[in-house]
Design a protein around this ligand. Structure first.
Ligand SMILES: [Mn+2]
Length: 343
């Protein structure tokens, strides 16, 4: 029996529209409104950076009181917190990166902030910590010792695995932006690092479609690799038009066939059957007006659901025959006909 899917998004997906070249173009939408949308649109969870969830400069007791209030609000609305991700890239301590910074003091800030993010995750009832190494890279090769930086990456993972014996770490890798070159740019790099930790079974993967494409890789194949390792614990679906900045476009809008391929492999291997969410990481177009600030999320969820229908409508016997005959030209034509409703 084919599974059903549970969806999530992050509050940062509905933003005010500022970019490196221009100011905000929309009013801030309060978190409560985002929760209302999540419930109405049939989402099951919210993704959080640590500071989306709570002010991380508060004393711990006060922080935990606020987190209990947030947890109750989520519970009351039938929502879960999918994961916590430490937002290390905003702080002055992380100008040169977090756990790979050349400054010992700044590395310690990053380690402490990550440990605190683990604690926040547990307070919100999730065992998932997502690590995106935003500034763990360089602009000038000789500025950072890459051998040492990779050692420090493993060291951080071990510290966090040691800090809480039940936390699971999901690496969300991306090859560039904001860094010129990011350390551990792909799923494969991160799995190699995971194998060196004290508990590789608690280190897995979150694959973002656009991040794979920025590495000029095929997102569905990246998902296949993580599935093969039993480590696809999260996804960030979106789309990307070639090797540009991280566009975070609505799922399927730049390359519908690539979107289909992702849904095909996820559905084939029962992604979600162990509680994994279909996470979206999609930015509102800057051109959107205030009153249509949520459409990209509703549309991406709808496109995913329509593609699930298309995938399940495929004549698998016919696909198998084409594979056996090595007639991949016809296979490609058939898949496009399925997508266009002409099969
Ligand atoms: Mn993401």
């Amino acid at each position: 029996m084919a599974g059903t899917y549970r969806f999530s998004f992050g509050p940062w997906n509905v933003h005010e529209g500022e970019d490196p070249f221009g100011p905000r173009v929309r009013e801030t939408i309060p978190f409560e409104e985002k929760v209302k949308f999540a419930v109405k649109a049939g989402f099951g969870a919210i993704q959080f950076h640590d500071d989306d969830a709570v002010d991380v400069t508060l004393p711990i007791a006060e922080q935990n009181k606020k987190l209990a209030e947030l947890k109750k609000m989520l519970d009351d609305n039938g929502l879960e917190a999918e994961f916590i991700a430490p937002r290390l890239w905003f702080n002055p301590h992380t100008i040169d990166g977090g756990w790979t910074s050349n400054s010992a003091e700044d590395r310690q800030y990053a380690i402490d902030r990550c440990k605190r993010a683990v604690d926040i995750a547990k307070e919100l009832g999730t065992d998932r910590l997502v690590l995106w190494p935003a500034r763990e890279g360089s602009y000038v090769r000789e500025a950072k010792d890459s051998k040492l930086a990779y050692d420090r990456f493993v060291e951080l993972l071990n510290i966090l695995l040691e800090h809480d014996k039940t936390i699971r770490i999901l690496g969300e890798m991306k090859p560039n932006e904001p860094c010129d070159s990011t350390l551990s740019p792909t799923t494969g790099h991160f799995l190699a690092l995971a194998s060196r930790t004290i508990d590789p079974d608690r280190v897995g993967i979150l694959i973002e479609s656009a991040h794979a494409m920025l590495a000029n890789l095929e997102p569905s194949d990246e998902m296949g690799m993580a599935l093969s390792f039993g480590k696809l614990w999260g996804i960030h679906l979106n789309d990307q038009n070639g090797l540009k900045f991280d566009e975070d476009k609505t799922f399927g809008t730049a390359n519908l066939n690539k979107a289909f391929s992702q849904v095909y492999i996820l559905d084939k291997y029962g992604y979600g059957n162990n509680g994994e969410y279909v996470g979206l990481d999609i930015k509102v177009l800057r051109t959107q007006k205030q009153d249509v600030s949520f459409a990209h999320l509703a549309n991406s969820k709808a496109i995913f659901e329509m593609l699930v229908e298309k995938v399940r409508s495929c004549d698998q016997k016919y696909i198998d025959e084409l594979i056996a005959a090595r007639d991949y030209e016809e296979l490609s034509f058939y898949i496009l006909k399925v997508i266009m409703g002409k099969a």
